[in-house]
Structures are given as structure tokens and as C-alpha cells.
Design a protein around this ligand. Sequence first.
Ligand code: PHE
Length: 453
Amino acid sequence: MKREKFGTSLGAILAAAGSAVGLGNIWRFPIETGQNGGAAFIIIYIMCIILLGLPVMISEFLIGRYTHTNTAGAYRILSKGKKWRWIGRMSVFTGWFILCYYVVVGGWTMHYTFLSATNAFNGVKSTEFGDVFNQFVSNPWQPLLWFVLFVLLTHFVITRGVQSGIERYSKILMPTLFIIVVFLAVSSVMLPGASAGVEFLLRPDWSKVDSTVIIEAMGQAFYSLSIGMGCLCTYASYFEKSTPLAKTALHVCVIDTMIAILAGFIIFPSVFNIGMNPNEVGVGASLTFISLPNVFQQSLGEGSLMSVLFSTMFYFLLFVAALTSAISLHEVATAYVSEEYNLTRHRGAVIVTVTVLVLGALCSLSFGPLSDIQLFDRNIFSMFDDLSGMILLPIGVMFISLFAGWRLDRELYHNEISNHGDLRTPYFRLLIFSLRYAIPIAIAVVFIDQILR
Ligand code: PHE
């Protein structure tokens, strides 16, 4: 069967950017920036992106485009012997694993879009938003229904195929996301007292920067770029031979970082507008589903049209960001199952969706009926989250960079990134140095640091 390709290079960039721009940009990056030294953190983060993230992204693109097959197949073809091929399979499973809990949050964003649009937060007291969220997630049915809906949406896009599914929806969803981000950031910055929020985000405070901050910046950079788990490799397997790999990767990094910084402009001005302590807004779910609905109500007027509009757009933004990332994760597994086991794309997608429905349901229920199932003080959801983010992902990045730096033939590498001599590659040696030494050493240091803690 003929393999599909992305129809345009814009489509390829938007699809990869759709994978990168996700919940991480909105619910983690701004807070990390605010608490870890503002512009100082942003500078360190950007350095991590350029020196560590970009080389791995380029390599994953290269591996995918060169082999034109799913991630497990790609590493099998390139590793020749047995030793390295498990990196591909591990990447596939890491992506699959992330997908199982990511879609649960995707469901929450739909529920909160619905609540915002129906003005359901009107009349909820500031202190009650925690209860609203906890009652929702601990309910056995409600989150489950939204989660199933979210998974089915993802499944729908995947089964349409590469061009009329992934590419087409990326071309609709990513510009939508961009417009919403800009609109929300501009409105937020115009609130009275907003400048304190902007200052909190941007004032460089180098005294806050220590090794933990650098480690956080690095982890965030990896997660945010979607590297280390097969998404980019799989998408690149649909690239045209003429796609400039380094330039495409650079575009994706710029879009991802810009959206993350803009998300900070949405959140902090509103937080400061109501005089809330920015260190108490929480991070992740508690920020997004407990602090922010309250912040939006108070800063824009309880139950007012503006607060309905603003918060509906905000949760819709989260939903779109989560959806395009979930699509990329689903595609990794779908391409793997259908190509490695010789099934139709449709069958492969059904198998992946069923497994995600089962495992995701366990994650969803772990805030309610299954909350007693704990391992190392974590419920099922956190186990999925932490195991993938803190262990599988950094290991994936480390081995991909070792593979690309040491195992891949240098000439092959150079031929591919220069499109057989068509493009200039003055950065080539730096790239190889980074892959061979800088990235593996940086990750090893982080691991040792965490173990010694
Ligand atoms: N990059 C996404 C985010 O920022 C998360 C993600 C990781 C998506 C890995 C796909 C693959 O939220």
C-alpha cells in the first residue's frame, strides 16, 4: 500500500507544532517562569531548547523521513544489529503511555469549556472552586463521559488519514489556537494592574537560578517539544524528501516557545489584577481548574459577558492544544500497530483507541472510585504521568541522542540534513557535538542529581 505524505510544508510544520503546543505550554511553563526568576528562566529555557531540544528534534525528523516508516520500524532499519532497535519500540510505548492520561485531561478541558459557556461559575464563591473541581473528578461518570468523547474525537481525526485528517485539522486548529492566544493575552494585559503581572513574568531574577531551576527548564523543554517519544519521528515519516529538516524544527521550536510565553501573558496579569499571590495559584490541574476560573470571574466581573467569553475561550484553547497533541500521540501508536502487524490503518486505530479507553478509564477513575489504588503515594493517573515524564521521556531523549550521535552514519546524517547538498549546514559539527556529548551528559547529571536527593 502506498504510504501517505503531508501535502504541503506548511501542513507539516503546523502538524508538528500541534504536537508540541499542548497543555505543558499553558499550565506549566508560565508558572515555572514566574517562580524561577522570570526572564532569567526564559533565557535558560531557550538555551535548553537550542542546545538540547533542537538537535534531538532534527535527529528525530531525520530518522523518520529517511526511513518512511513507523518509529519502531525506523530504528530497526537504521540500527542494523539488535542493540539499538529497542529505542524505537520504547519511544512508541512512551507515547502510548502519555496518551492514556493526557486524554483524561482533554476531557476535563471540554467539561470546563462547557461550564464556562453556560455561565455555570456565576455565583460560585472564591473558596468553592476547589470543591467544584474535586466533585467533578471524583464523580465516577461525568469525567468518564467527557474523556470518551475526547478519545473519539481523536480517533475520528486519525481514521481520516494523514492528509485529510491530521494535516487538514492542524491547518484549521493551529491558526484558531494562535488567534485565541493573542486575543486573550492582549485582553489580559489591558486589565488594570496588569503591569505587575507582566513584570513578575519578565523581570530577570538571577538569584533564583540554581541547579533545580536548570533541571526544571530542561525537563520542560523536552516535554514541551514532544521529543523522545516517537511523535516527531512518526510525523517526519510523512515529510517530503525536499522538506528542510533543520528549518522545520526551528519553526516548531519558535512557535512552541512563543505560545508558552504568551500563555504567561494570559495568566499573570489577571492573577495580579485581583491581587492574588502568584505563588499560591498552583501548577497544572490546580492552577487551571481551580485558581483560574476564580481569577477570570473576579477580574472580569462575576457572571459578566466578558468573563463568560474569556473563560470559554481559554478552556477551548486548552482543549485545542490538548487535542492536537493527543492526535500526534495516537498516530505514533496507530502507525506502529498497522505497519508492524500488517493491519489496515483503520484497524490499527481501533486497537489503539480501545487500549486507550481501557487504561485511560483507570486513570480517570483514580480520582474517584479507584483512588485507593496507590503506588509510591501516587494514584494511577500520577503513576502514568510521572513514569512517562520523569523516567521514560528523559531516557528516550538520551538514547535517541546517543543513537543519532554515535550510531548513525555521519555521511548519511549530513546528506539528509543538507538534502543531499542542496542546503548549507554550518551548524553540523555543533549538532553532532551536542548529540554525542552535551545532551547525554546533561541528562545523566539530572538523573544522578535526582537519585542523590
Ligand atoms: N508537548 C506537549 C505539551 O506541551 C505534550 C506532548 C508530549 C505531546 C509528548 C505529545 C507528545 O503539552
